[in-house]
Design a protein around this ligand. Structure first.
Ligand code: HEM
Length: 147
């Protein structure tokens, strides 16, 4: 009996946490979007380690490093579908990973609904521009243009 009386209280003993600012929208209870977004951050993170570190080693270290990078170097690499795919996947994963991370930060820190809304409009618009122009350049790059 004495043991039970002296036991630490479980309820209310933990650190005080602030209530989340982002409201639980009715939509988020119907879909598993946040679960998939959480999973996507982990999986894209793992892939990005390989893609980004590989990219840095190739561009900056091996075979003369950054000094050999120029128009001819890019033209040579984007003549090869393997490097086009590498750069395309890296572009899309980094952009979507970064956008989703910033979406979380906006949800956590923007206090007013209007602020949150406009920050997200800005974020998604910038992402569309980056993804569109980046993808366009990778697919339409032509080293002989204007010759
Ligand atoms: C290189 C490999 C990378 C790995 C392994 C990685 C991993 C992760 C993981 C696991 C999270 C989730 C953290 C959480 O939910 O608490 C995260 C969040 C985030 N990542 Fe990455 N990431 C990488 C690259 C990038 C890149 C290239 C960008 C920018 C384009 C980026 C921007 C972000 C942002 C903005 C967040 C949200 C941070 C937050 O919630 O406080 N990450 N990252």
């Amino acid at each position: 009996m004495a043991l039970i009386e002296n036991a630490p209280k479980i309820t209310g003993g933990g650190p005080a946490l602030e209530a989340p600012r982002s409201k639980r929208s009715p939509r988020s209870t119907k879909t598993n979007f946040e679960l998939y977004a959480w999973l996507f951050m982990r999986l894209s993170g793992i892939l990005l380690v390989v893609l980004v570190i590989g990219h840095l080693i190739i561009q900056l270290i091996i075979d003369g490093g950054v000094t050999r990078i120029g128009f001819a170097f890019v033209a040579g690499r984007w003549a090869n579908p393997f490097w086009m795919t590498w750069d395309l996947v890296m572009l899309w994963l980094a952009e979507l990973h970064g956008v989703n991370g910033l979406r979380t930060i906006i949800n956590d820190y923007a206090e007013r609904d209007q602020t949150r809304f406009w920050l997200k409009v800005l974020l998604y618009t910038s992402a569309l521009i980056v993804l569109f122009t980046g993808t366009l350049v990778i697919f339409t790059f032509d080293p002989n243009i204007g010759q």
